[in-house]
Ligand binder design. Structure first.
Ligand code: F6R
Length: 245
């Protein structure tokens, strides 16, 4: 496997520092960079490092624009389990990015079709995403593009896979409280970003990482579409790299 496409770190902290460095370097050279962001457990240490470096005066986020990958349908930005709330708690409230520069897809809308179209349009008018952070589901999903998602998909309303509801129930009181639908950037939306960085840690991600990097490009493993991107890197720990051929 191409060393530019996959970097294996000894631990999450080192990997997260590496990714934070890349973001800080980008924002240093292009203060108005457009960043694509993810929620979940995986990027938390990256956001912590960005906050630390911001407080140390090493980076200015006042001109960046951000777009998040996804949001649960039915959760307003005020809902504590919404991804909008996650982003405020783990990053936005601690740095100087203006609120109106941050975009998380709306989980509550009258018309998800036009909401999704508007989200795509906003990405375009911002100049497109320079740098996109991704996690990966145990089932190979990116954003909430579950297995079966076509490569030409745009931002849209999707049904969550049973295993995703199960995996994400750790953030809710019970699995019944996990929303069944989400709004997510599509595979095509993600592939338009100029650079993609997918992070994966732990043994539970090992098979999905191996399928994504070394398997066929197929909707069965949505992350495998990253093979079609000229500037995508997988940042993993040893456990997540363990199933590679
Ligand atoms: C989150 C997202 C998801 C997660 C994935 C992994 O915005 O789009 O694809 O990246 O479910 O989640 P964690 O990091 O919690 O293992």
């Amino acid at each position: 496997i191409d060393a530019k496409r996959m970097v294996v770190f000894d631990d999450v902290q080192q990997a997260s520092h590496h990714v934070a460095d890349e973001i800080i370097q980008l924002v240093g050279t292009k203060p108005s960079a457009v960043l694509g962001l993810a929620t979940g457990s995986t990027p938390i240490a990256v956001y912590e490092e960005l906050i630390r470096r911001y407080r140390a005066g090493e980076v200015d986020f006042s001109k960046i624009t951000t777009f998040n990958l996804d949001e649960y349908v039915g959760l307003s930005p005020e809902h504590p389990q919404s991804f909008a709330a996650f982003m405020r708690t783990h990053l936005f409230d601690a740095i100087d990015v203006p609120e109106h520069h941050t975009h998380v897809p709306a989980g509550v809308a009258n018309d998800f079709l036009s909401t999704a179209e508007l989200f795509e349009k906003k990405i375009q008018t911002s100049g497109g995403i320079d740098w996109q952070l991704l996690g990966i589901g145990d089932n190979g999903h990116i954003g909430f593009n579950e297995p079966g998602s076509p490569g030409d998909s745009g931002t849209r309303l999707v049904e969550l896979a049973d295993e995703t509801i199960e995996a994400n129930s750790r953030f809710f009181d019970s699995p019944d409280d996990v929303p069944r639908q989400a709004i997510t950037m599509g595979i095509a939306t993600i592939l338009k970003a100029k650079r993609l960085v997918l992070m994966a840690f732990g043994a539970a991600k090992a098979q999905a990482v191996a399928d994504a990097v070394a398997g066929p490009v197929t909707p069965d493993c949505p992350a495998s579409f990253l093979q079609r991107h000229p500037n995508a890197t997988f940042i993993v720990d040893r456990a997540a790299a363990a199933a590679l051929p």
